[in-house]
Design a protein around this ligand. Sequence first.
Ligand SMILES: NC(=O)c1ccc[n+]([C@@H]2O[C@H](COP(=O)([O-])OP(=O)(O)OC[C@H]3O[C@@H](n4cnc5c(N)ncnc54)[C@H](O)[C@@H]3O)[C@@H](O)[C@H]2O)c1
Length: 276
Amino acid sequence: MQEFSDRVAVITGAASGIGLGMARAFAARGMNLVLADLDEAALARTVSEFSEAGIRAVGRRCDVSKLDEVEALADKAIKTFGNIHVACNNAGVGIPTSARRMKLADWKWIIDVDLWGPIYGVKVFLPLIEEAGEGHINATSSMAGLISSQMMGAYNVAKHGVVALMAATERELRSKKSPITASVLCPGPINTNISRNSVGFRPGKAKPKADGEKAGKMARNIQAGLEQGMDPNEVGELVALAIAENKFWILTHPRWAKGVQNQLDALRDDQTLTRA
Ligand SMILES: NC(=O)c1ccc[n+]([C@@H]2O[C@H](COP(=O)([O-])OP(=O)(O)OC[C@H]3O[C@@H](n4cnc5c(N)ncnc54)[C@H](O)[C@@H]3O)[C@@H](O)[C@H]2O)c1
């Protein structure tokens, strides 16, 4: 996509972290913003930040795991600005638990938000972007969408699904020579509040340590890793650049792709999951 100025971007999970970083990068390029989040107070603060800076921005509370709320978000965008050119299906949650022991309520919550959210996003926003005749659809996966590490049960499953969803979408768009492009963001560690925010939305709101010592230790390690992670505003810039350059894969830590290569080598050479 070449032109950002005066185009319209819809971003979910826009009140914090990576979504907010994308909103800032798009605003800096002259886009109008439709910002969605489940956290209404944070969303109101975010919309004010942009409005006070003279950016045309509106907010709408939206639970991305509910189709009618995603449809209402699209309606709000069309009624406010007339078109949608860029949609970033970014809202997400995650907690560390083992695939075997994970509670079904946690499986359902994470798959609903992290996978059904982007599925609804493609279903609802892509036809509207096609109507606009130019634009881009993106979803946020993770390195956990390329390699499944232990203790991230449902998160791995959802994020692999997001990669598959966006890869299939991009292939279909290219095969019909569409002017629209698609991409998937696969971040490594980014310094956001995802751990705290996720516990707040989790059914029952239990902290990972309630699931056992291993889950508690993993949560502490993840938190320490995130605090050393990339600034989410930098991620927003990478996303805007990738959209401008028609990239499909958006990696924040490309050197981590070595893990994907190791897994492919093991698959080809001896069909083990990881080499000894
Ligand atoms: N932070 C990282 O290191 C990292 C790494 C890889 C992938 N990701 C992915 O990046 C995306 C953004 O995460 P972040 O790190 O910026 O976290 P964050 O918690 O800072 O931001 C996520 C936002 O999504 C919102 N949200 C949660 N559930 C929602 C729902 N059902 N509907 C609408 N909004 C909802 C939260 O209120 C929050 O504002 C997520 O998809 C996450 O899985 C993050």
